[in-house]
Design a binder for this molecule. Structure first.
Ligand code: AMP
Ligand code: GLY
Length: 413
């Protein structure tokens, strides 16, 4: 199988590792890729959000499967353009990707499908936002309606801060605060059949102890030994199946990766957000534990044949990934800092680049993530933090407590 992977982040590097380990893949290309992906795939320059350009590249490379990593190309209609050329594509249509592209649309679908989620108000003026904040009370949850790369959400007890964010966003969704530990569940689907992946936990805040601003994600681990045994089955029944049915009913079936971000509240799992693609950095840990060939799975979802796919196989151990971010992330990150020690197995590249002299330098907010597996979570965590000790990056920021509360048995439902 000839595979073209679209994207350039840590998620795509992790996908490239999985795809290149699949014996059915005899050619792997990536566009635009990054220096880590370059070790596994032939890189091509393309504007990932240009549907015609990506479709033309897929034709030129005689791709049998295109895998789209990030949300922006999906929302722009890249999957539609690839499929119009008769090429299988893993990733939803632009119409279905609105589940991620618009919080207001996602809330409308969830209401129609009866999916458990937060009460919410879509607001277009500060006065409306103020009324909604007053109605729901603290803690306040204010979300930018459009794509914001995981940084459009402010959760705060400070009414002033909530109002300032609402004003800055323009169109906002104000939500009820959902208490309880968060879980990311990824479901591979062809629109009807589903293959749930192993639930993982992400760390959204910048600093240890879940302090500081929201980020795209600072680390992740799996499996979640503390989660209820029926979690996946329950979320499939209460959330995933009704959502997929509603999308089919509207003539816009969702095929690709449905990322369900959940809070495990005292009233059961409730949806915090949907995404239309693999999560970053959770993909790094989930794929590190997946033993089934990745390209075969994604191809089955892309061709409507997932129902006949063999059950997924998982390794017994645990995986931990820790993100190394650049100075000033999640603000405007400083770039161009030299990185040392990043060319080793388990180091997943995200915002890295080669400078004119060929040296590896930082080129984005989340620069890389170190990913390790182990017989259990304690071992995986120790291995990940041992790996990070070999990385040199001036101004680097990383959390020291990824998976720590789980290791210590301190997560309660
Ligand atoms: P999102 O971009 O929707 O994933 O939101 C980013 C983060 O904000 C989530 O991972 C949660 O930690 C937090 N968050 C968002 N919505 C809520 C909510 N309704 N209740 C509690 N926390 C939330
Ligand atoms: N890890 C959060 C996300 O991918 O949106």
């Amino acid at each position: 199988m000839r595979v073209l992977l679209i994207g350039s982040g840590g998620r795509e590097h992790a996908l490239a590792v999985g795809l290149s380990n699949d014996p059915s893949v005899d050619f792997l290309a990536a566009a635009p890729g990054n220096p880590g992906i370059a070790q596994l795939a032939e890189l091509h320059e393309v504007k990932a959000t240009d549907p015609a350009a990506v479709a033309a590249l897929a034709v030129e490379l005689s791709a049998d499967l295109v895998v789209i990593g990030p949300e922006a190309p999906l929302v722009a209609g890249v999957a539609d353009a690839v499929r119009a050329k008769g090429i299988a594509c893993f990733g939803p249509s632009a119409a279905a990707a609105r589940l991620e592209g618009s919080k207001a649309f996602a809330n409308e679908i969830m209401a129609a499908a009866g999916v458990p989620t937060a009460r919410s108000f879509a607001c277009t003026s500060v006065a409306e936002a103020a009324a909604a904040l007053d109605e729901l009370g603290a803690p306040y949850v204010v979300k930018n309606d459009g794509l914001a790369a995981g940084k459009g959400v402010v959760v705060t007890d400070d009414l002033e801060e909530a109002l300032i964010h609402a004003e800055a966003c323009g169109k906002v969704v104000i939500e009820e605060f959902l208490p309880g530990p968060e879980v990311s569940l990824f479901v591979v689907t062809d629109g009807t059949a589903v293959a749930p992946l192993m639930p993982a936990q992400d760390f959204k805040r910048l600093l240890d102890g879940d302090e500081g601003p929201n980020t795209g994600g600072m680390g992740a681990y799996a499996p979640l030994d503390w989660a209820p045994a029926d979690l996946v089955e329950r979320v499939l029944r209460e959330t995933v199946e009704p959502t997929l049915a509603e999308m089919r009913k509207r003539g816009t079936p969702f095929a690709g990766l449905l990322y369900v971000g959940l809070a495990l509240t005292p009233d059961g799992p409730k949806v915090i957000e949907f995404n239309a693609r693999f999560g970053d950095p959770e993909t790094q840990v989930v794929l590190a534990l997946l033993e089934s060939p990745l390209a075969g799975l994604l191809h089955a979802a892309a061709t409507g044949t997932l129902a006949g796919h063999e059950p997924l196989r998982w390794s017994d151990g645990a995986a931990v990934t820790v993100v190394v971010a650049s100075h000033n992330y999640p603000g405007v990150p400083r770039t161009g800092d030299v990185i040392e020690g990043a060319e080793r197995p388990g180091v997943i590249h995200a915002g890295t680049a080669r400078d004119a002299g060929g040296a590896l330098v930082s080129a984005g907010g989340r620069v890389l993530s170190v990913t390790a597996t182990g017989a259990d979570l304690t071992a995986a965590r120790e291995a990940a933090y041992a790996l990070i000790e070999g990385i040199r990056l001036d101004g680097a920021q990383f959390r020291t407590d990824i998976a720590l509360r789980a290791v210590e048995g301190r997560i309660t439902l």
